[in-house]
Design a protein around this ligand. Structure first.
Ligand code: CP3
Length: 343
């Protein structure tokens, strides 16, 4: 198996900088859109053969160095007792927002083997057949809680922030059951064959460092700490996290995912040499023509400066409307510009 991705996660020397893209499977692909004409997104997530097919597509088409399991962060919420759907152009929508003791008491902890067997089946199938490492993933407790509390996407998650300050014991009960579920879910994915996992705390950048430390870090570090014995790289990612990066590292990450707002070299200065860094090209640049992509990618690679431990990625997911050919050329560009003789 080609393992330059795993080596870079461990800050070992690599023959070329590895590259993969968040949302490398999705609406920018004509094949995915065709499949979505016939199946809902959650239907694809729950059918192992469809999920595996969609996971494989970008690996074959783009030549990326890692696959990410096709699923969604809301998948484990349904068996926990949450009525949830994904609305196109909106995101996850929760039928009955979770804001009271009663609503939290109704949630039950995820038991991955019984509740989401289709995920484990897709992971097993992919891990046995892909020739690049498979990344498993989960939403982090804060980001999942934010959807549960707000009932859907929100500009700044103010209701969630108010709840953590106003009803801390309710907050901790919610974080407790989500944390326990996420840990079990990620452990099960690794046991089924995932070679690395990414904890998506997409919306945690809405918190101050003090609030992150007080209300989120304990739950996320219990998860990352609870995975450490498995020996796989643990990627910890969020959007708008410039001020949170050292805390996200301290939670137990081996790779910190950075968005495009913080230059990669500055992020690395804040993080120190003890972790790998993933990112950070602005996904909007991919809509701006090849010259802009070349310039943007060059700046990211320049900021990485060839030090071990860079995993090239976008600062957030591939946007719908991105030309697949631009992604393909970007993979080649990263590989060509970072080729090291003798590896
Ligand atoms: O990265 C990959 O290729 C793996 C697949 C993946 C999906 N969702 C599939 C998906 C992953 C890793 C996710 C995680 C996810 N889901 C996150 C964390 C990552 C991030 O983007 O910050 C979040 C916040 C969600 C919640 C969610 N699901 C949103 C905001 C949306 C977009 C809604 C829209 O229509 O714009 C979804 C739907 C979703 N999940 C799509 C895909 C490919 C969109 C395509 C579709 O509807 O078929």
């Amino acid at each position: 198996m080609e393992d330059r991705f795993l080596k870079a996660c461990r800050r070992e020397p690599v023959d070329r900088t590895p590259v993969w893209f968040m949302r490398q499977a999705g609406r920018y692909q004509p094949e995915y859109r065709a499949l979505r004409e016939r199946h809902g997104i959650l239907e694809i997530c729950r059918a192992p053969e469809l999920a595996a097919e969609v996971t494989r597509l970008p690996v074959e088409q783009l030549g990326v160095d890692a696959a990410i399991l096709f699923s969604d962060i809301v998948v484990p919420l349904a068996p926990m007792g949450v009525g949830v759907e994904i609305r196109e152009g909106v995101g996850p929508v929760v039928a009955e927002p979770v804001r009271s003791e009663r609503a939290v008491a109704r949630l039950r902890a995820l038991e991955p083997a019984e509740d989401v067997p289709f995920v484990m089946e897709a992971v097993r199938e992919l891990a046995g057949t892909l020739d690049v490492p498979l990344i498993g993933f989960s939403g982090a407790p804060f980001t999942l809680a934010a959807y549960l509390v707000e009932g859907g996407p929100s500009r700044s998650y103010a209701r969630t922030r108010a709840l953590m300050h106003g009803e801390p014991s309710l907050w901790w009960r919610l974080m407790g059951i989500l944390g326990e579920s996420v840990l079990a879910y990620l452990r099960a994915q690794v046991e089924a064959g995932a070679a690395a996992v990414q904890l998506f705390d997409s919306w945690v950048g809405n918190l101050s460092p003090d609030d992150y430390e007080a209300f989120v870090l304990p739950a996320s570090s219990r998860i990352l700490g609870g995975l450490a014995d498995l020996g796989v790289p643990l990627i910890h990612f969020g959007v708008g996290t410039g001020e949170l990066l050292p805390l996200m590292r301290d939670a137990g990450a081996t790779v910190v995912g950075v968005d495009w707002r913080v230059p990669l070299d500055r992020a690395w200065d804040r993080l120190g040499d003890g972790v790998a860094v993933q990112g950070t090209l602005d996904p909007a640049v991919l809509l701006a023509g090849w010259k802009a992509v070349e310039r943007g990618a060059g700046a990211v690679l320049g900021a990485a400066g060839g030090r071990p431990g860079h995993v090239f990625n976008l600062g957030h997911g591939v946007l719908p409307g991105t030309d697949p050919d631009v992604l393909r050329r970007l993979v080649d560009l990263v590989h060509e510009r970072t080729e090291r003789v003798g590896g």
